[in-house]
Design a protein around this ligand. Sequence first.
Ligand SMILES: [Cu+2]
Length: 131
Amino acid sequence: MLPPTFRSRPRLAAAAMALAMALAACSTGSTPAPSAAASAAAGSTAPVAAGAAVTIQDFAFSPASLTVAAGTTVTWTNQDTAGHTVTADDGSFASKTIETGGTFSQTFSTPGTYAYHCAVHPNMKATIVVQ
Ligand SMILES: [Cu+2]
């Protein structure tokens, strides 16, 4: 058996170690949070990726309004049971009928707001905003 002095010292050391580790964990735990938020904010202000997607489902375009950077290619995918079109209100672009599972892509190089609809179902309306 060890004398009492030898027993208490390791306990104190262990307690000090645990306290130090708790403090270290606390300080390292709080630092990454602001930097992660900063990088997320930087990511949202960075140029949008070259491709963007719109889903056609339940007789609607989703999202109904999509904002992209100039030069972005938008791809529509028809996940509906009916055929639809992507037709610009001003006639600047128009797809043929997109059947179920089909896609249509259009590249937007000029900033502006592009309203479009489905020629088969004129109540289906949506907008692409190009910045
Ligand atoms: Cu339609």
